[in-house]
Ligand binder design. Structure first.
Ligand SMILES: [Zn+2]
Length: 235
């Protein structure tokens, strides 16, 4: 059975406020992680991906539109990816935290654990743990839903990781692997590499006793745009 994965980068490129003290956009960081996660999820069998934000970043898709889309698609899981902020000025706080909706939600909590632990490792930052919150994305979605805050945009330590595309790519892979683990997804078989061979195939258009006839054939081929040469051999 196909598993449906709803995933989105928080906000849009131009959402007011959602930026580092230097003006870098939260959506851009979120988008890099989500893009890498989607690329990696495509390596698994029987997966349908529903992207909840605008992949161009131009539109900040309203939260109700996002959860409606996930609910209508009958998604099995929902992952909303974000980066945190504290004061908006550079500071020494930092770390990764993952949210599920208030109350006991076994499926969501299991998904949170599987994704969070991998994201913590990939970011290499402080583990702030699993938390509960009454967020729209968690409350209004019918499936197991989590919201990840990868790091703090206004942290002098976290920003170094967020500015490293290789780190964010690894984090995306971590998110995908966490989801895959939770849904028991199977990897598609790797395409077989073509066997290398030392055999070459030569095209022959004629053998002639008379050299002139051979030269004439070369001229005919040249006229038609084919390169050829005369190979002399004895029978
Ligand atoms: Zn956010």
């Amino acid at each position: 059975m196909t598993k449906v994965i709803a995933i989105g980068a928080g906000h849009g490129y131009n959402t007011p406020g959602k930026r580092t003290p230097d003006g870098e956009r939260e959506w851009s960081f979120n988008n890099k992680v989500v893009g890498a996660a989607i690329d990696y999820l495509k390596k698994y069998e029987d997966v349908k991906i529903v992207r909840l934000d605008d992949p161009s970043g131009k539109r900040d898709v309203p939260l109700s539109e996002r959860t409606d889309k996930a609910n209508q698609a009958n998604a099995d899981v929902l992952v909303s990816y974000h980066h945190n902020a504290n004061t908006g000025n550079w500071g020494t706080w930092g770390g990764t935290e993952t949210y599920t909706y208030v109350g006991n939600w076994k499926g969501a909590e299991a998904l949170a654990k599987e994704v969070h632990n991998r994201v913590v490792k990939a970011m290499g930052l402080r583990d702030r743990g699993l938390k509960k919150a009454n967020f729209h994305m968690l409350r209004e979605s019918k499936m197991s839903a989590i919201l990840v805050e990868g790091g703090f945009m206004d942290s002098k330590t976290d920003i170094k990781k967020m500015r490293d595309d290789n780190v964010l790519k690894k984090v995306g892979q971590a998110v995908a692997e966490g989801i895959a683990d939770h849904l028991n997804l199977k990897k598609k078989p790797e395409p077989k590499p073509k066997p290398k061979s030392n055999v070459f195939y030569r095209v022959v258009t004629g053998s002639f006793n008379d050299k002139e006839n051979a030269e004439q054939r070369v001229a005919e081929l040249k006229k038609k745009g084919f390169d050829s040469f005369i190979d002399v051999y004895k029978k």
